[in-house]
Design a protein around this ligand. Structure first.
Ligand code: SF4
Length: 202
């Protein structure tokens, strides 16, 4: 059962000390959401509030992510799963080093093997580079579909970047509309969202 398997994996990862991030973080932030979800949102790593609560996306950026999910007709408890590229908070919220990304990647891969999402939305540079390589730049590749194994990957902006640069929100929404289209195409043709109604034209 996906829920039990994810819970078991979460317990295993909670004792990880594979990289130095664990020395300063309060604990491991594994991820949360619907274990059978077909759509996963991947961020960078925990911030201060996430480290305090040991839950992903619970600070200001998380509140914006919740609004983005709501606009897409999704939510973190019933239809989506939320996780990060690294599971422990980098000191002072610095960007994770490439070697930390690599060391944490097996945990991410193990999660994805259990979740088996159809779509993974990559939120920000770190998540994008974890999947698409160190040369990938969000400004260049956001809004373009990529394929990895059985997953469709959509790079877009991190909610924290959107809080700092509200002028990028329209770019992000255009990316997310493509995600809604893909979700309707391959997961649920009847998926509804009042913010992006289905076209009634043929
Ligand atoms: S960031 Fe990942 S690899 Fe590093 S200690 Fe935490 S769980 Fe382990």
């Amino acid at each position: 059962m996906p829920t039990e398997d994810l819970q078991k994996l979460s317990e295993e990862v909670s004792s990880c000390h594979r990289c130095a991030l664990r020395n300063t973080a309060r604990g491991v932030v594994f991820g949360e959401g619907l274990a059978t979800s077909r759509i996963v949102f991947c961020g960078e790593g925990p911030g201060a509030e996430e480290d305090r609560q040991l839950r992903p996306f619970v600070g200001p950026a998380g509140q914006l992510l919740d609004k983005m999910l709501a606009a897409m007709g999704l939510d973190r408890n019933h239809t989506a799963y939320i996780l990060n590229a690294v599971k422990c908070r980098p000191p002072d919220n610095r960007t994770p080093f490439p070697e930390e990304l690599l060391q944490c990647r097996p945990h991410l891969d193990a999660q994805l093997r259990l979740l088996r999402p159809a779509i993974v939305v990559l939120l920000g540079a770190t998540a994008i580079q974890s999947f698409l390589g160190p040369e990938a730049r969000v400004t260049r590749i956001h809004g373009t579909w990529h394929r990895e194994q059985d997953m469709w990957l959509m790079p877009t902006y991190h909610p924290a970047a959107l809080l700092r640069n509200p002028q990028w929100k329209s770019f992000a929404w255009n990316d997310l509309k493509q995600v809604i289209d893909k979700y309707r195409e391959i997961v649920d043709p009847n998926h509804v969202t009042i913010h992006y109604p289905k076209s009634t034209t043929k």
